[in-house]
Design a protein around this ligand. Structure first.
Ligand code: GUN
Length: 351
């Protein structure tokens, strides 16, 4: 990797003997790690407290998860969602139709969940089998129970009601992008006036996070597979969000020293040579790889993190927030739909 010019640091951070204004040819030793696990734990503690208050008022927030067929990764995610519900005092229900279920049968199942008052959140785990009409199904979920924030009504609300609604808990926003905004907020990182560059334009991450950053008054550029000379944009980014699913795509040469790097990628690497290329001299990583036969790499090359002002590690960064935000959305949906009055009464009595 080429050496980069580190950002000029204030006097307090200059190496002794280094004259003012000198450009330093070394990595940024002060790159701040944004610990997603800690932030997720804070959010989960807050959600558990809200769930206790609601439960004391006779309303236990509940999540229904629909898992079709047997996709290994989806089974792991769903198990984790159900387990977290139990930890935070939410109830949950898992529905597991077989791989050959039809769109019509799934529409019936969703209609049943929409009609049940005790179900506050409905999550249809993606991807669905190719023969299922995913769009039709996501649009069939009641917007008030759409804890994924995928329904067009919620996509529209996210665009039109800006951040006020999200803060007030009245907009159900997609979980991973909402988690990214929580990381920024709880780490006191500036967003307003910053140039945010988003890599990827998926419905689940790229597009909604671009909208949320815009709502928070960033200047936003969205890059994607057809963008010409992507590094022209990434080098200008004060905040760089990488969500393209390509291991180590963003190299050190592509980032602005001192930038905030948000890595959404979770890529499993199984090739030893590749692991050595990503983590040269990292004995802990090599040992982990030897034991498990794989390791996780984000969309940002680990060498680029060393130049950052702050960055989310992989694992332990953005990924940790997704389930926490799902729990937060489920409680918000319960409060908004059936608990607002009750919640205020109980909270006032507790105070
Ligand atoms: N599959 C991968 N990510 C997600 C997500 O955020 N929500 C759902 N429902 N499915 C997913």
């Amino acid at each position: 990797m080429k050496q980069q010019l580190a950002p000029e640091r204030p006097d307090s951070e200059r190496t002794s003997g280094q004259p003012r204004g000198t450009m330093v040819l070394k990595m940024n030793p002060t790159a701040r790690i944004l610990n997603g696990i800690e932030i997720a734990a804070q959010i989960k503690a807050e959600v558990a407290e809200e769930a206790r208050t609601l439960t004391a008022g006779g309303i236990t927030p509940g999540l229904a998860v629909v898992l079709v067929g047997h996709v290994a990764a989806s089974e792991i995610y769903v198990r984790s969602k159900v387990k977290t519900c139990a930890e935070l005092g939410l109830w949950s229900e898992m529905l597991t139709p077989p791989e050959n279920v039809t769109t019509e049968e799934l529409l019936e199942l969703v209609a049943g969940l929409n009609a049940r008052d005790e179900v506050d959140g409905i999550l249809i785990q993606l991807p669905l089998p190719a023969h299922v009409d995913t769009r039709r199904l996501l649009e069939a979920v009641s917007p008030e129970k759409d804890v994924d924030g995928f329904h067009p009504i919620n996509v529209g609300r996210l665009q039109s009601s800006a951040s006020h609604g999200i803060q007030a808990g009245t907009v159900l926003a997609p979980c991973t992008p909402a988690g990214i905004m929580e990381i920024m907020k709880r780490s006191d990182l500036p967003v307003a006036g910053q140039h945010a560059v988003v890599l990827g334009r998926s419905e689940i991450v790229g597009k909604p996070v671009a909208m949320m950053l815009l709502n928070a008054s960033a200047t936003v550029t969205v890059c994607h597979s057809k963008t010409v000379e992507i590094e022209r944009y990434t080098r200008e980014a004060d905040i760089l969000v990488a969500a393209i699913g390509r291991p180590g795509f963003v190299t050190a040469e592509m980032v602005k020293p001192g930038a905030t790097l948000i890595d959404v990628g979770i890529n499993r690497v199984t090739d030893a040579a590749e692991v050595a290329r990503f983590f040269p001299g990292d004995e802990a990583r090599a040992a982990q790889f030897a034991q498990r036969g794989s390791t996780l790499v984000g969309d940002i090359h680990p060498a680029a993190f060393a130049l950052a002002g702050a960055y989310t590690p992989v694992p332990g960064g953005v990924g940790a927030l997704t389930i926490a935000m799902l729990m937060k959305n489920t409680v918000a949906a319960a409060k908004a739909r059936r608990g607002a009055t009750k919640y205020r009464e109980v909270a006032a009595a507790k105070a």
